[in-house]
Design a protein around this ligand. Structure first.
Ligand code: PLP
Length: 452
C-alpha cells in the first residue's frame, strides 16, 4: 500500500511504545525494504512465516480471485471449495491417521481448539474429569489464558496469575541446559519419564492431553530432543489415555526438514497444530490436524464439535493456503530445507568456532538457534538488564539483517539470550553467505560492545 504524506499516523498501539519501528514497504524473495530504501535480508522469515519468500504473484492472485468469488462464508452455514480442497491437500500430505482439518486464523486459536477437542473427546467417552493439560516448562503455545496456562513462559504468564490455570508443567528436553543437570544418554531421558510421574501424581483420570513443541521455538531457540524422547512420550500418552498435542505452529510445515517435525522420530500425534508458514505471511491461517480416532468419537456420539470462530475456514485464507502449498510443492521446497539447513548449520558452526560469545549452535532444518553467553565454559548468561538478544537484533538490523530473538525466561530458569535464524525456504547459497556475513559483523559489534 502506498501511503501519501506522513508515514505514521501516531494511532497505532505498538508492542513497544518507545521503539521507532521502520516502516516496511515491500518484499521480494528473501529481502524486504523499508520506506527509507534500506534493504534487509529476512533471516527470520518475518517470524518463521514467510517460508516461500515475499512477492509471490500466484498467491496474491489466488487471494484476489477468491475475495471476488465468495469472500466470506460462515462455518455454521456453508462450507467452501477452498476449505474442502485445502483440507484434502494438507491431510493427504500428513502422516496416516491425521485425516481431518479444522482451519482457524492463528496459532493461539489452533492450540485453544486442540484443547477443546481434547476435553470434548474425553467427555464423550465418559471421562468427564479429564480436563487438565500437561505442558512443558520451556514452551510457548499462544497468548490466550488457556495456552499460557499450559506453557512455562514466566514473562508472559505471571502477570495474569489469578486467571492462569494451574496446569502441571514438566521439564522439556533441552540437553544444553538439562533441567536435571544430567548428560545424554546416561540420563535415560529422564525428562520423558517425568511425564509419566506427573500423570501418576496428578491422577491419569484428570489429564486430558500433553502439549509440546517437537522442536522448541522461542523458549529455547531450536532445541531438538534426543531420539528416544518422542517414542517414549507417545508410549506414555497411550498408556494413560492422554492425547498427544504436537504444537508445530513454528516448527512444522517443512521448517524442520520434514512435513511435520515429529516425522523425524516416526511418531504421530493425536492433534497437530500448524500456523505461521501455512499462509506464508500472505493471509492469517492456521489449522488443527485431527486424528481419525478423535473424529470417530465425535461422529459416533455428539455428532458436533461445540466450538467456533467467525473466520474459521475462511475461503479467502484457504485459497491463499492452497496457493502457498502449491508453490512449496512445485518448487520442491519441502525437500530443499534439509540440504539448505545443513549448509547454514556448517556456516553457523564456523562462527561458533570463532566467536566465543556464541555458547551453542543448535537446530534442525532451516530452524537454527544461537545462544549468546557471557562465558562459554560455564554457560553463564549475560545479565538480563543488558538486553543482549535485543541489542544483537538491533545491531543486525543496522547490518541489513533481520533475526528473531527470544529470551527464554520460564517458570524456573533465568532468561537467556537467543537468536533464531530461520530464513525462507527459497534462500539460495549466495544469500546464505550474505546472511552469515551480516551475522558475523553483528557478532563482532556486540562482542566489542560487551567485552571492549
Ligand atoms: C510454538 C508456537 N505455538 C503457538 C504460537 C502462537 O501463534 P499465534 O501468534 O499465531 O497465535 C506461536 C507463536 O509464536 C508459537 O511459536
Amino acid at each position: 500500500m502506498v501511503v501519501k504524506g506522513k508515514l505514521k499516523s501516531g494511532r497505532v498501539f505498538y508492542r513497544s511504545l518507545h521503539k521507532n519501528y521502520p516502516v516496511i514497504q515491500r518484499g521480494k524473495g528473501v529481502f524486504v525494504w523499508d520506506t527509507t530504501g534500506k534493504r534487509y535480508l529476512d533471516a527470520a522469515s518475518g517470524c518463521l512465516v514467510t517460508n516461500i519468500g515475499y512477492g509471490v504473484a500466484a498467491v496474491a492472485d489466488a487471494l484476489r480471485e477468491e475475495a471476488l468469488q465468495a469472500g466470506f462464508s460462515h462455518g455454521s452455514i456453508f462450507t467452501s471449495a477452498p476449505q474442502e480442497e485445502f483440507a484434502r491437500l494438507i491431510t493427504e500430505q500428513a502422516p496416516a491417521g491425521l485425516d481431518y482439518a479444522y482451519f482457524v486464523s492463528g496459532g493461539t486459536e489452533a492450540n485453544e481448539t486442540a484443547f477443546s477437542l481434547a476435553l470434548q473427546y474425553h467427555q464423550q467417552k465418559g471421562n468427564t474429569r479429564k480436563w487438565k493439560i500437561i505442558g512443558r516448562r520451556l514452551s510457548y503455545h499462544g497468548s490466550s489464558f488457556a495456552t499460557l496456562s499450559a506453557a512455562g513462559n514466566r514473562q508472559r504468564r505471571t502477570m495474569y496469575s489469578p486467571l492462569v490455570m494451574p496446569f502441571p508443567l514438566v521439564p522439556a528436553p533441552h540437553c544444553y541446559r538439562c533441567y536435571y543437570d544430567l548428560s545424554y544418554p546416561s540420563c535415560g531421558v529422564r525428562c520423558a519419564r517425568e511425564l509419566e510421574q506427573t500423570i501418576l501424581s496428578e491422577g491419569a483420570e484428570n489429564i486430558a492431553a500433553f502439549i509440546c513443541e517437537p522442536v522448541i521455538g522461542t523458549s529455547a531457540a531450536a532445541s531438538v530432543p534426543p531420539p528416544e524422547y518422542f517414542p517414549m512420550v507417545r508410549d506414555i500418552c497411550d498408556r494413560y489415555d492422554v492425547l498427544l498435542i504436537a504444537d508445530e505452529v513454528l516448527c512444522g510445515y517443512g521448517r524442520a526438514g520434514r512435513y511435520l517435525a515429529l516425522e523425524h522420530w516416526n511418531v504421530t500425534a493425536d492433534l497437530v497444530t500448524l500456523g505461521k508458514g501455512l499462509g506464508g505471511g500472505y493471509t492469517p491461517i492456521a489449522v488443527v490436524l485431527i486424528h481419525e480416532k478423535i473424529h470417530r468419537v465425535f461422529l459416533e456420539n455428539w455428532g458436533k464439535f461445540i466450538h467456533g470462530y467467525t473466520y474459521q475456514g475462511n475461503p479467502v485464507s484457504c485459497a491463499g493456503g492452497i496457493a502457498v502449498n502449491r508453490y512449496l510443492r512445485e518448487n520442491n521446497l519441502f525437500a530443499q530445507v534439509e540440504l539448505k539447513g545443513a549448509l547454514l548449520r556448517d556456516k553457523l558452526v564456523d562462527l561458533f568456532n570463532r566467536y566465543d560469545i556464541v555458547g551453542d549452535v543448535r537446530g534442525i532444518g532451516l530452524l537454527m538457534g544461537l545462544e549468546l553467553v557471557k562465558d562459554r565454559n560455564t554457560k553463564e548468561s549475560f545479565s538480563a538488564s543488558l538486553g543482549v538478544a535485543e541489542r544483537a537484533r538491533e545491531a543486525a538490523m543496522e547490518e541489513g539483517l533481520v533475526v528473531y530473538t527470544g529470551v527464554g525466561g520460564t517458570a524456573d530458569v533465568v532468561p537467556r539470550d537467543y537468536l533464531i535464524i530461520a530464513p525462507p525456504f527459497i534462500i539460495n547459497e549466495d544469500e546464505i553467505e550474505l546472511l552469515v556475513q551480516a551475522l558475523e559483523r553483528t557478532l563482532q559489534k556486540i562482542t566489542r560492545e560487551l567485552r571492549g
